[in-house]
Design a protein around this ligand. Structure first.
Ligand code: PPS
Length: 294
């Protein structure tokens, strides 16, 4: 018997598996009206979305952490493609009701993005993370959330993940699709591993992209406020304010490890080498290079 009977099924939209409620409400997402001053944060799941959301918020609030700490992160930047059962709001409705300027979150691939974002030429920040750490993080998240199907056995989960039979589809298509899109639209493409290695430098890139000048002291405040150890204990960023019917923190944490290379604790040598081979093959033409350790 499924130990998590509330887990959602996945339903494909244009070949991409999405959570059932997202797929059912697809027209609302597709027709979403972006505004020219929206900042959109895009990631494949578990790439560090909350991290970059908090960084963007802090930059736009001039490093004032009190402004960021007024509401949980998921209320400050609506998750467009998330539909929760009542009484919770749908991401698109929350976004529609929000005054500008808005910071929005999506896990959609470039090909599924609501067309109004392209038309309005919105600024988009894409954060990519290596597939090995993303897969491990995703497996642990599937165990703690009631919003997704149970992950089952790790080996089967990893095979499905590599094959793109998981929420939001193929990691390869996602990172490559957005990589290609960045040559045509105002997209800042960042890597989790770079952010981890040199947060001040990467946060500086985000600020310049957003047209904000950051004094050194503010930059260092943002680095501190958005460090893993700070975000893990901050109830406004660690998702502990969500009910256990959505995220069960007794099973795992949303802010779990926050490192590069945790995959070494989970993948066999054979699994790791197989992924290296597939990456070499599938990423070759793109020129994309991912680091799996620092
Ligand atoms: S989601 O549900 O897809 O939006 O999740 P997402 O926020 O993209 O990813 C969660 C992972 O990001 C890690 N994280 C961080 N790492 C480093 N520094 C900071 N500040 C930070 N904030 C979140 C989080 O711990 C998850 O990764 P794992 O590997 O599971 O720890």
């Amino acid at each position: 018997m499924d130990p998590k009977p509330k887990g959602w099924r996945l339903v494909k939209i244009e070949g991409v598996p999405l959570a059932e409620l997202t797929a059912k409400n697809w027209n609302q997402i597709k027709d979403f009206q972006a505004r020219p001053d929206d900042v959109l944060i895009c990631t494949f799941p578990k790439a560090g979305t909350a991290w970059i959301q908090e960084i963007v918020e802090m930059i736009l609030h001039g490093g004032d952490s009190q402004k960021c700490d007024q509401l949980p992160i998921y209320q400050r930047s609506p998750f467009l493609d998330l539909f929760l059962p009542k009484p919770y709001l749908a991401g698109v409705k929350e976004a529609e009701e929000m005054p500008s300027p808005r910071i929005l979150k999506t896990h959609l691939s470039a090909k599924l993005l609501p067309p109004s974002f392209w038309k309005q030429n919105c600024k988009i920040i894409y954060l990519a993370r290596n597939i090995k750490d993303s897969a491990v993080s995703s497996f642990c998240f599937h165990q703690m959330t009631h919003l997704l199907p149970s992950p089952g056995d790790w080996n089967d989960f990893l095979e499905n993940y590599i094959a793109g039979e998981c929420t939001y589809g193929s990691w390869f298509d996602h990172v490559c699709g957005w990589w290609e899109a960045k040559d045509h639209y105002p997209i800042l493409y960042l890597f989790y591993e770079d952010l981890k290695e040199n947060p001040a430098q990467e946060i500086g890139k985000v600020a310049r992209f957003l047209g904000v000048e950051l004094p050194e002291s503010v930059l260092s405040q943002i680095v501190q406020h958005t460090a893993f150890k700070s975000m893990k204990v901050n109830p406004m960023t660690n998702f502990s304010t969500l009910p256990s019917s959505i995220l069960d923190h007794t099973v795992s944490s949303y802010m779990r490890k926050g490192t590069v290379g945790d995959w070494k604790e989970h993948l066999t040598v054979a699994q790791s080498e197989r992924i290296d081979d597939i990456c070499a093959q599938k990423l070759r033409d793109s020129g994309l290079i991912f680091r799996t350790q620092l």
